[in-house]
Design a protein around this ligand. Sequence first.
Ligand code: ADP
Length: 496
Amino acid sequence: MTTATNTAQAARAKALEWINLGSKRLLIGGEWIGAASGKTFEVINPATEQLLCRVAEADSADVDAAVIAARRAFEAPSWAAMSPHARTRVLLKIADKIEQHIDELAAIESLDNGMPLWFAQGAVTAAVDIFRYYAGWCSKVLGTTVPSDGSTLIYTLREPLGVCGQIIPWNVPILMAAIKFANALCCGNTVILKPAELACLTSIRLAELIQETDLPPGVVNVLPGFGATAGAALAQHPGVDKIAFTGSTAIGKQIVRDATSNLKKVTLELGGKAPNVIFADADIERAVQTAVKTFCGNSGQVCSAGTRLFVQESIHDQVAERVAQVAATWKVGDPFAADTRLGPLISAKQRDRVWSYLGAGQDEGALLRAGGNAWTGPGYFVEPVVFHNVRNGMKIAQEEIFGPVLSIIPFKDEEDAVLQGNDTTYGLSAAVWTRNISRAHKVVRALKAGRLWINTFGESDPAMAFGGYKQSGWGREFGQESIEAYTQSKSIMVRL
Ligand code: ADP
């Protein structure tokens, strides 16, 4: 066995040791407890379809208890009066804890979600960076002084929102939990995280590691459970001050409706159908390699994935051919094998949904260039699928598929690329490939999306804001704007 294989197997063994410790519970007020109903649900390994463990299933009674604990913690002097510098130290400690457990957390994520171990290691490493980034913000949440005539002093304070409900999806859970926790905690809020029922284990392990730091009890609460019960109860709860949601646009709209109960603040990170635009003057080989990476990475289960590849007409056939060749080298298989590039999709339902788009694309006249072979054996695997000569109005180019399915769409010129690129209800991310610097900047300005790239795709930095135009969301995570999303301002006048 190679060293890489040994390391992967050691990480897998360590993860299983933790998983096999027994049923996982809810974290409420610093205690790990069973659900009030006594119910549990199954966690399935999507690569083997085998049961990994059972997890306590929170519902509205547990949400009530967590809200009480989080409110108490929010008002407790141990958290409310903690100096920003002390909060920085806590967040740095959490980052260190995650860093000490990168391989274990990554292996838990691979077993639970199916992503390749190398991809999971990248996600956990990003989680470390996120905590360190927000640790620095604790002492920089500034108010302002407002100009006045000298007879008054007017100033503002920027204060935390309170109890924040956070609902995350299953696609990259460790990263989702990290951004939600770090952002809220650095501003002085308390949190109740509801991880997705399909992949919740790293959220639980992360919360265990957080419990080993000096964070006061009740500041972080974790409630695994289902969306329609635990998730809805959190979104509707009058004792919750904010809901931060990452998931589908359909559920995002439901969250908004539920949040009207007490007009809690809402931020949403929703779906995407990103245009990735290659002009004929681009570095074609780099553009193609990255195009494959973005639609195949995490088996396409990424909201910012570049799923619409716009290629200038003169190079369309050449690019389609090369994309198909490169995609064919993206090996599907065991998430712990060193040469695996794509693991399984999260569930049988998701696999069947993705598979249905194969038929839909062909029915509308798109040409299938790669993929389409049925997977035999256990696991919800799907090989990369490449369609070319796609028209932007087709179902495969308009709907978020959340699987490794690419639509290659020809375009004429700059104007046409922008027109077609923007012809979508989504607006999360976009990219442009060209050697013409003016064209690059003109096109990114014209594309309606919250995060864009020139001559790259998918790279990330905690200081770079992320969020959607149009139906891809409300508000921003990461960067300075995310501090505003977890605080509110108060203005004060003093008569002198
Ligand atoms: P996906 O399609 O990626 O699974 P969803 O939007 O269905 O995305 O789920 C994302 C998260 O939202 C999960 O944690 C899920 O349990 C939760 N969720 C689903 N339905 C609701 C709901 N009605 N209210 C609150 N949360 C929900």
